[in-house]
Design a protein around this ligand. Structure first.
Ligand code: GLC
Length: 613
């Protein structure tokens, strides 16, 4: 979240690139058994089949999770807005892609000020997206295909139209008053509202405090004015959310992505945050025109961990009545350091997230070999053996083209980035449309902006519409997304970037994603091997070894430059003596190397091969 709204949010829109496409080669082994082989109760009762049980319990450790922004995936009822039936309709496509789970961004009833992240009922479906029956059908159909469904859980705030907040703001004595964060203003009098209680700022711009004239106090909102923060010091809030989590788990969801989880608690002192100074000694000003504050009183407070551990205990003790396997917590964990990320896993006694997002790697935002090497190595060596969740894209950040592309080699660069996503150890999370190389398409006129962030921040901050454009299924007028004008415009590049076309093209980005995912799921070294960085002084090529079980070793090399490179990937120092390679996957133009000591890569090329004696 921090990343989204920081001045670092990169806005170098580049033109569509093209690249030559040659043959790629791929060898797979047989697909592993999947969780669908056992039903929930047979899983729970089957003491005899412990290998299958382990697979079910550990499904998330090498998982591929696909984020769907439901508004933009597929419209089936002709209103220009995607819906749940649209997700169900494409389950076979997702199955073919090889994913294990879908995370659906909020589809609960909402006034849609923040497009679903302002929830007015946590136990229902917004009619824009369908009905509860549609949801149940989605779960059933997904499970048939061994795809798990995970939901977005927004606990930091609700909508200001949620009945809880309506009650809370109705009077100072209302029993729900203390469910939200209320505070007197500074210097308030009978006739004036005074000033906000402190200098805390909304991530969406300007003061985080909103005056409520009826009860004459301010309420706190880390995000939009219509998103009042819950008071997590009130145990009733916790109880309410325990019930909500169980409601969805009983419906068979496989877990949740916990939204804005680092901002649940605020510093009880309620004192000002420090203003951040620029090099000139003057306060830094952000895209909203506000002085930048350090966030130390509102973000990443130690008390969050107590609550996250509590949520984990609720998840771990939920009855196993409909979901086979372990339910999993993904965290929206934009934290500043690897040590902060480590804390997100909790301890053996008090576990927290299974999969807090590793935003250290994916949001480096420049193709810098040393930075990637160091961050991937951190994930391998400084997370106490926990599973990293690698992620590059989501609904809050410009897509890969805008953060890593050069406008000429974007297709090849996407291959490089996706190789890091799927061929390093851990779980992988990606965003709808990544698999076809969809590009960021921001609005060009203020009047077209839909995201409130862009409305407040225009023109410096154009908001997040650019990464939320409709899925490009084909090259028809509305890209196969809808039969009517969609809520956001279809990018003109739908003519060359679309599922239908890429399905027919063996060297498309879509084919590359499918190949990488299949390798990740089937190759023993890529499934579970450790990462050992190779050729570590090289500043042009990032290479690593996946050291797997039973002498299964795979090397991966990615060229970060527009010039061909040849690298020596001898892994003798890692105890791997093999001198030759058998190609598993390579980008167009890469050759099969004669020896491990001379692996030739074209511009932004990728090579993956098994090490042989
Ligand atoms: C998270 C979501 C973002 C939303 C914000 C407020 O950062 O990813 O889309 O606007 O929380 O809920």
């Amino acid at each position: 979240m921090k990343r989204i709204f920081s001045p670092l949010r990169l806005r170098s829109w580049v033109t569509a690139g093209c690249s030559s496409i040659l043959a790629s080669s791929l060898l797979f082994s047989a697909a592993p058994a999947s969780y669908g082989q056992m039903s929930g109760s047979s899983y729970a009762n089957s003491a005899t089949n412990s290998a299958a049980q382990q697979r079910l319990l550990n499904w998330w450790k090498n998982a591929v999770v696909y984020e769907i922004y439901p508004r933009s995936f597929q419209d089936t009822n002709g209103d220009g807005i995607g819906d749940l039936n649209g997700i169900t309709e494409h389950l076979d496509y997702l199955k073919q892609l090889g994913i294990d789970a879908i995370w659906i961004s909020p589809m609960y009833p909402s006034p849609q000020v923040d497009f679903g992240y302002d929830i007015s009922d946590y136990e229902a479906i917004d009619p824009q997206y369908g009905t509860m029956a549609d949801f149940d059908r989605l779960i059933a159909e997904a499970n048939k295909r061994h795809i798990r469904i995970m939901l977005d859980m927004v606990m930091n705030h609700s909508s200001d139209k949620h009945p809880w907040f309506l009650e809370s703001r109705s009077s100072r004595n209302n029993p729900k008053r203390d469910w939200y964060v209320w505070k007197d203003g500074k210097g308030e009098t009978a006739t004036s509202q005074g000033q906000p209680p402190n200098n805390w700022q909304s991530a969406f711009g300007h003061s985080a405090w909103q005056w409520d004239p009826k009860t004459r106090q301010y309420y706190y909102h880390k995000f939009y004015i219509q998103q009042p923060d819950f008071n997590w010091n009130n145990p009733e809030v916790q109880q309410a959310f325990d019930k909500i989590l169980n409601f969805w788990m009983n419906k068979g969801v496989a877990g949740f992505r916990f939204d804005a989880i680092t901002t649940l608690f605020e510093d009880p002192s309620m004192t000002d945050e420090k203003v951040v100074l620029g090099k000139d000694g003057k306060p830094k000003i952000n895209a909203f025109g506000d002085e930048v504050v350090d966030g130390k009183k509102t973000d990443n407070l130690p008390k969050n961990h107590v609550e996250i551990a509590h949520i984990r205990s609720v998840m771990d003790t939920a009855p196993d009545n409909s979901f086979p396997g372990k339910r999993v917590m993904i965290g929206e964990t934009y934290v500043p350091t690897i040590n902060d990320l480590l804390k997100m896993y909790g301890t053996t006694q008090k576990p927290e997230f299974e999969l807090p997002m590793d935003t250290q790697i994916g949001f480096i935002n420049k193709l810098n070999v040393a930075a990637f090497r160091s961050k991937i190595n951190d994930a391998e060596t400084r997370l106490d053996g926990n599973v990293p969740l690698i992620v590059f894209e989501n609904h809050d950040n410009p897509r890969i083209d805008a953060r890593y592309g050069d406008g000429v080699h974007d297709t090849d660069i996407t291959r490089v980035i996706s190789t890091i996503l799927f061929a390093t150890r851990g779980a992988s999370l990606f965003y709808y449309g990544s698999e076809i190389g969809m590009k960021t398409t921001p609005p060009t006129r203020k009047e077209d902006v839909r995201d409130p962030v862009g409305i407040t921040g225009w023109p410096k901050e154009k908001g997040r519409d650019g990464e939320r454009t409709p899925m490009q299924w084909d090259d028809s007028k509305y890209a196969g997304f809808s039969t009517v004008k969609p809520w956001l415009p279809i990018p003109p590049n739908k003519a060359t970037i679309n599922v239908k076309m890429e399905q027919a093209e063996p060297n498309s980005i879509l084919a590359w994603y499918e190949s990488l995912i299949r390798l990740k799921k089937t190759n023993p070294a890529l499934r579970s091997g450790s990462n050992v960085m190779l050729d570590t002084a090289n500043t042009k090529v990032l290479s690593w070894l996946r050291k797997g079980p039973n002498g299964n070793n795979v090397i991966v090399a990615t060229n970060f430059t527009a010039e061909p490179q040849t690298v020596n990937l001898s892994a003798v120092s890692a105890g791997v003596m093999g001198t030759h390679l058998t190609t598993l996957l390579k980008t167009p133009g890469a050759s099969d190397p004669a020896s491990i000591t001379a692996v030739a890569l074209p511009a932004f090329g990728v090579y993956i091969g098994t090490v042989k004696e």
